[in-house]
Ligand binder design. Structure first.
Ligand SMILES: [Zn+2]
Length: 482
């Protein structure tokens, strides 16, 4: 998967990096504000109409591994090719985890159990075996010595959550001969959202239970029947990548939006809006603009199932290729029905949630805030929580930023006061539903946020130095190895 991509990318870089084949840019140098004003509502809406029609023609969605997604790839690639871009659609493999049935019965009582992500299956009939609790210590089930004196052969081991990954706990239990593992939460309530991580990490079926049920089983460890009837499917998807033929290829300005929707809806705000803004920026910029730094456009696959396309892309690059990326700009939801004007909090000035982004992210945030200020809008920060495709980039220390009109968070009274809309209501009540349609897009906010996209691309294509710049050259290599 990644090798297909790496070869394609290497070929592209070899071409664009060769000065004799780089076209001479013509026309005036790109100006950020001029580029931003070239983005029109009509052009943006035309892209959304195309994506909404694709969903309507394909069971109402454009989700990964569906014909609606393939049609979305074709649409974006064609618009770019029509503007003279060389377009790549590198493939990647990914794995999907689902469950047919889960249950846990102890002494005739039904307990609540969840299969940890990528848990092997017990089969539909489950496993009936005795429970063996592993002693509670500083390394709950994290070391082979935790099993000293215990016979767990064929048993269902009960361990507490914490200290080491779930995958390590089931690995060690499997080595001791256990048939399955139950991990009890180490705080009140159910154990939700746990995963073994990789699709091939699982050795034996592994489920999660609440702290309360864990304590009850520990007190009376009888025989139980555990059903974790799980399925691990593998599939293939594609990203869409295109780069300007002009500009320095060792200071690439990368800009991306995820192209897939959820299965439950057409994905017009999430994320047709981000796609339309990035695509229209490419259209207005053109393939051979007069710019200092090359711009690489990305439309990611399989974001909704865990940032898969962007992660495969970043991980598939060599160190040198990653160091050629000056910064990454991400756009995911720009026209929420009850829209906000939110810039990723790269400097953690809000002191909320996750910390600051990699060095340079603060300057990217300032670029957006200054743009909104010039348009008379007092924008706010939004936590740099990695919940979209910039996540894999910041993991490699690549400075990132972007803007966002809000999803399932609530607009405050103060925000409604300065931006309009409804206070104490979600930014987007249609998020991940069949109502995520063009009709429910706030067009004024969508236009303004899309102009912020073009502005940031224009600004960094002209220069990645200055007060809002990002590390370059040796300083970049240093910053990213720290
Ligand atoms: Zn999204």
């Amino acid at each position: 998967m990644t090798s297909t991509f790496t070869l394609a990318a290497a070929a592209a870089l070899a071409l664009s990096g060769c000065s004799s084949s780089t076209p001479e840019p013509s026309g005036d140098p790109v100006d950020a504000l001029t580029l931003s004003q070239s983005i029109t509502e009509d052009a943006l809406i035309a892209h959304l109409e195309a994506l909404e029609k694709i969903a309507a023609d394909n069971d109402g969605n454009r989700a990964a591994n569906t014909p609606g997604y393939d049609a979305s790839v074709d649409y974006v690639a064609q618009v770019l090719r029509d503007k003279g871009f060389d377009v790549q659609t590198p493939e990647f493999d990914y794995h999907l985890f689902s469950t047919n049935d889960v249950s846990l019965v102890s002494a005739g009582n039904d307990l609540t159990v969840a299969a940890l992500g990528f848990s092997p299956s017990t089969g539909p009939d489950g496993i009936t075996a005795r429970i063996v609790p592993v002693p509670v210590d500083d390394t709950p089930g994290c070391e082979a010595s935790d099993y000293e004196g215990l016979d767990v052969t064929g048993a269902i081991v009960l361990v507490d959550r914490g200290v080491c990954p779930f995958s390590a706990k089931q690995d060690i239990a499997a080595e001791q001969g256990a048939a399955a593992v139950l991990v009890a939460n180490n705080e009140e309530g159910r154990l939700i959202g746990g995963t073994l991580g990789e699709h091939d990490a699982g050795k034996i079926p592994t489920g999660g239970i609440s702290q309360e049920d864990g304590a009850a089983l520990r007190a009376a460890p009888g025989e139980v029947t555990l059903v974790l009837d799980t399925v691990i499917d593998s599939s293939t998807s594609r990203n869409v990548i295109a780069q300007t033929k002009t500009g320095a290829t060792d200071n690439v300005v990368m800009v991306g939006a995820h192209l897939d929707s959820v299965e439950d809806g057409p994905g017009i705000n999430d994320n047709g809006t981000g796609v339309a803004a990035v695509l229209e920026t490419a259209v207005q910029l053109g393939a051979e603009p007069n710019i200092t730094n090359a711009v690489r456009f990305a439309f990611w696959g399989v974001e909704e199932l865990g940032l898969v396309g962007s992660a495969e892309y970043v991980e598939g690059l060599s160190d040198d290729e990653r160091n050629d990326i000056a910064l990454y700009l991400n756009f995911d939801m720009l026209g929420s029905e009850n829209a906000g004007y939110l810039a990723y909090d790269g400097d953690d000035s809000d002191e909320f949630g996750e910390g600051p982004g990699p060095e340079g992210s603060a300057g990217i945030e300032r670029t957006f805030l200054e743009f909104y200020e010039s348009q008379g809008i007092d924008a706010d920060g939004t936590d740099f929580d990695g919940r979209s495709d910039y996540g894999p980039f910041i993991e490699y220390g690549i400075p990132s930023g972007g803007v966002f009109s809000g999803a399932d968070d609530v607009k405050t009274a103060e925000q409604a006061e300065k931006w309009g809309g409804e206070a104490d209501a979600d930014f987007d009540r249609n998020y991940h539903t069949p109502q995520d349609t063009l009709e429910n897009v706030d067009r004024a906010a969508f236009l303004m946020n899309s102009r912020a996209v073009a502005y940031s691309v224009g600004a960094y294509a002209a220069s990645v130095d200055g007060p809002n710049g990002v590390p370059t050259g040796e300083a970049r290599v240093q910053a990213r190895t720290e």
